[in-house]
Ligand binder design. Structure first.
Ligand SMILES: [Zn+2]
Length: 177
């Protein structure tokens, strides 16, 4: 697909017709309830959605899995953090999320390390734990905007996915650029 065509296609507002996020842009749902999109994309009923909706969800999920977190490793100040570290304050409660380089592994981590920054939070955070989801999204939003995610407008959320600088190109995740 040429870049021009792709740009035009991604401009189309595609939404669920039913369900708890009916009428909401997919770009916004990824911020408000990312687990829903990951979960839905793995359901059997996914293949019954309108093709344009399937395509849009896959597209946003793919971008959400290839975040190019701006700034520095929170441990050593090297540029471009490559991993995401979840610190738990109790076995089920997320305290905060850090972005660190490939070399840093803070010894006092009580939690989980993901190999690359992504909206796809791991099982320990998944599902209905609103507190954990909020902490998690907050960390990603702060890295890009330096403000709480609840202050983002829908327009800002939509524009986020259009900025190619926010993501690694396909196949380049984890490779030093
Ligand atoms: Zn580091």
């Amino acid at each position: 697909m040429s870049e021009k065509l792709e740009a035009r296609w991604t401009d189309i507002k595609v939404t669920f017709e039913t369900g708890k996020h009916a009428g909401k842009p997919i770009e916004v749902i990824m911020f408000e309830d990312p687990g829903y999109l990951y979960w839905y994309s793995k359901q059997e009923s996914f293949s019954k959605l309108r093709p344009v909706l399937q395509k849009k969800i896959r597209y946003i999920v793919e971008l959400a899995d290839s975040l190019r977190i701006p700034g520095y490793c929170r441990e050593c100040n090297h540029k471009r953090p490559r991993r995401m570290i979840f610190r738990m304050q109790s076995p089920k409660e997320l305290q905060h999320v850090n972005f660190v380089c490939e070399d840093c592994d803070p010894g006092n981590t009580a939690g989980v390390i993901s190999s690359n920054p992504t909206f796809n939070y791991v099982d320990v955070l998944a599902g209905k734990n609103i507190h954990n989801v909020n902490v998690f999204i907050e960390a990603i939003v702060k890295a890009y905007w330096k403000k709480p995610w609840r202050m983002l407008t829908q327009r800002e959320m939509i524009l986020f996915w259009k900025n190619k600088g926010h993501f690694y190109p396909k196949g380049k995740i984890g490779i030093s650029l």
